[in-house]
Ligand binder design. Structure first.
Ligand SMILES: Nc1ncnc2c1ncn2[C@@H]1O[C@H](COP(=O)(O)OP(=O)(O)OP(=O)(O)O)[C@@H](O)[C@H]1O
Length: 262
């Protein structure tokens, strides 16, 4: 089943903030792979990512994460421990060492000291574990944030503009790390050009609409299927099978086995 394989399934989902639709009601899914969301400042990327992280609720429609409806408390309980979320403009606990920072995150996620050691090793932080975050270069600080985000081995990782502030060389070294964090990784950036070279799939968010960009950024964006506008605050039940709402381009890509479609 398509919906069963998708980490994120939105059905008629709309997101409002500041009195306007940042995302007009739309249907889409995100399966395994690295999915980029590009958009200009203020388009709503951070708000959408926080919605996927279940920190905000959509104002219309249904959002399923890892097979659970986030509109009820049982679904939220089931899914929250399987998400790793690293907000943008993250305020680092600058006087903590990298090891303390990751250990702190691990404690609140119910993980053990061995999991901290494993995360430090996996992110290449063993030698930096005793250094205060404020003294580490930006890419190493980012890796500490990623280790804290992923210490519980989440199935879905959400990263808000993680490459911001990194130079080209550091970004190039970090990209394979980002790609390896979880079966599904969703990452945002200010422009599609920052994402198309290394994401399996890129969506553009602008003016309240999501559009699918063609692979490698060549060609015209394809708008995702809109749902009729819903009244703010009213949840729209999922009554149509998702497959009926999928754009042809995504179905075609799935048939080709890209591993990154809906
Ligand atoms: N605290 C707030 N109260 C009300 N509206 C807000 C608030 N913060 C943001 N907004 C609205 O939400 C919109 C989207 O903000 P968001 O941070 O999600 O966008 P973004 O695409 O991530 O932008 P950026 O790249 O600048 O972070 C903003 O344009 C603004 O209209």
């Amino acid at each position: 089943m398509i919906a069963g394989n998708s980490a994120i399934v939105a059905t008629g989902m709309g997101v409002r903030r500041g009195g306007r639709w940042l995302l007009r009601p739309v249907a889409f899914g995100m399966a395994e792979g690295v999915i980029g969301i590009a958009g200009p400042p203020g388009a709503g990327k951070s708000t959408l990512l926080a919605t996927f992280a279940t920190l905000r609720r959509p104002q219309a429609g249904v959002l399923e994460i890892l097979g659970h409806d986030t509109g009820n408390s049982a679904g939220l309980r089931a899914v929250r421990g399987r998400i790793g979320y690293l907000p943008g403009r993250f305020c680092w606990a600058e006087t903590m060492t990298a090891g303390e920072f990751i250990g702190y995150a691990a404690y609140y996620k119910g993980m053990r000291a061995a999991d901290v050691d494993q995360a430090l090793e996996r992110l290449g932080l063993t030698e930096s574990a005793g250094t205060e975050l404020s003294l580490l270069p930006p890419d190493v600080r980012l890796r500490a944030g990623l280790a804290a985000t992923c210490v519980h081995a989440p199935a879905l990782v959400l990263l808000d503009e993680p490459l911001n502030g990194l130079g080209d060389a550091a970004a190039a070294e970090t990209i394979p790390v980002l790609r390896s964090l979880a079966p599904t990784v969703v990452v945002t950036a200010g422009s599609a050009a920052e994402l198309t070279p290394w994401c399996d799939r890129v969506l553009a968010l602008e003016g309240g609409r999501l559009a699918e960009l063609p692979p490698h950024g060549a060609g015209r964006p394809v708008p995702l299927p809109a749902a009729p506008d819903a009244a703010p605050g009213r949840r729209r039940p999922s009554v149509r099978p998702l497959a009926a709402l999928l754009p042809r381009i995504v179905l075609g890509r799935m048939a080709a086995g890209s591993g990154a479609g809906v």
